[in-house]
Design a protein. Sequence first.
Length: 188
Amino acid sequence: MNKTVAELAGRWMTHKADALSELEHKVLQSAIDRKPVARNVNDSIASREGGGDRLADAIARIGGSWTFILSFLAFLVAWAGLNAWLLGRAAFDPYPFIFLNLVLSMLAAIQAPIIMMSQNRQAERDRIDAAHDYAVNLKAEIEIMALHEKLDEIRFQEIILLRERIEALSTQIARIADAGATGEPSAR
């Protein structure tokens, strides 16, 4: 492991360098290299999805919309109206609509696993997003800590400079006071 990464892990992280996860190690290394960790996660996910994945997402998107629900409700009312009242004795699916129940059961049997596949992929996307957000937040914290260290160092250097100036002024004041007490002209 890089000595600088180990040093920064000990200084800025709450655990030792050996206990760093791969993600934390990459974030620390990116801080050292001054490289960003932010990226568009959607692009990497979209490049791995196949046609079936996109189809499942589209079916889940359509099946979970108000347009689908209201359209399907209209279809059910039309089906029941057509078979119960309009066709009378010649109805192809008379009340209690056994064929409609079969169609609905088959639709549910197909639609449910497709929606679950889409939800599983969404959960995976959420995990990737959460890991990416963690990396970006960790990098921001590390950069803030580095800025604090730099500001502290600047303040420390300013304090040393002020102390040296105060000592030089104190020495001059002491010489002036000594010269005034003895009546000698001061040498500036």
